[in-house]
Design a protein around this ligand. Structure first.
Ligand SMILES: [Zn+2]
Ligand SMILES: [Zn+2]
Length: 283
């Protein structure tokens, strides 16, 4: 059985291919009944998606996917049922986006000093409309012939002490959870199987996340294998965390899972939507 709920996907507001309206239409066509849009660090697509959802007869849930630091790694924390007008949340997300762009400009300036020009523009061309990351700079440096592969590019240019490195402090895990909870939402760790944490750190993460007020983890996601569905269902149970489902759909041909083809949660999971009114539409 496939799930009729999808609580993680992206539109053109971040790095997806479909506009919020197109995405909602696509979800409805794919049999999704309850949908959350979770663009990276941006809530500006929610209004349009909500209006489109009414038109297509599906139930919309506000969402966002926030990048947060934990033990020098970037984690993704999904916020569900957030108030998109919450001032603290909006201000913090604005800051993240401005910081990201400023960092990209500084990286480009650093590279220009060693004779590599046009890195900002080049990286942006590779990123298309999506948010600029270090990996776009890496691809630019390879494509423009400055290094032979993406692996050596980081060593030569993009790590501490190298010309394209700019340190940046994203918000930390605690701040991200606080923001989401402060905006009336539930915090969910996105695709926990993707962080390559090792067992001890994974358990430590779950423990801290719960202590900060986190609600759930993604158990079924396009980033997990079926054995990982079971593995994370167990971890959720162990830490009394609820379970979420999301395709992490970015557009045709771009994701691990197509919309409307996401499996249901393993038996025994308490769904993150357990106490939501939207639960009634899933029967
Ligand atoms: Zn993510
Ligand atoms: Zn995502």
């Amino acid at each position: 059985m496939t799930a009729k709920i999808d609580l993680h996907c992206h539109s053109t507001i971040s790095d997806g291919k479909f506009t919020p309206q197109e995405l909602v239409a696509h979800a409805a066509k794919s049999g999704v009944k309850v949908l959350a849009l979770t663009d990276h660090d941006d809530v500006s697509g929610l209004q349009a998606a909500r209006e489109a959802a009414v038109e297509h007869g599906i139930h919309f849930v506000n969402g966002v996917e926030i990048s947060a630091m934990w033990k020098k790694r970037t984690l993704h924390i999904v916020g569900l049922k957030i108030d998109a007008e919450n001032t603290a949340l909006k201000t913090a997300l604005d800051k993240v986006r401005i910081g990201r762009d400023e960092r990209a400009q500084e990286m480009s300036a650093g590279l220009a000093k060693v004779g590599i020009h046009g890195a900002y523009e080049g990286a942006q061309e590779i990123a298309k409309k999506s948010i600029l990351t270090r990996s776009h700079f890496a691809q630019f440096l390879v494509q423009s012939g400055h290094v032979k592969d993406v692996k050596s590019v980081f060593k030569k240019f993009l790590v501490k002490g190298k010309p394209g490195f700019v340190d940046h402090q994203w918000m930390n895990l605690e701040q991200a959870v606080e923001l989401i909870v402060g905006a009336g939402g539930s915090a969910v760790i996105a695709h926990p199987g993707r962080y390559d944490l090792g067992r001890i750190n994974m358990l430590l993460l779950m423990h801290e996340f719960r202590r900060y007020g986190g609600t759930a983890i993604e158990v079924v996601t396009g980033s997990h294998t079926p054995p990982q569905f079971q593995q994370f269902a167990k971890i959720a149970h162990q830490f009394s965390l609820k379970c979420s489902i999301g395709s992490d759909y970015h557009g045709p041909g771009l994701s691990y899972m197509a919309m409307g083809s996401v499996p249901e949660l393993p038996a025994g999971c308490v769904p993150v939507w357990d106490d939501w009114p939207e639960k009634q539409y899933l029967n």
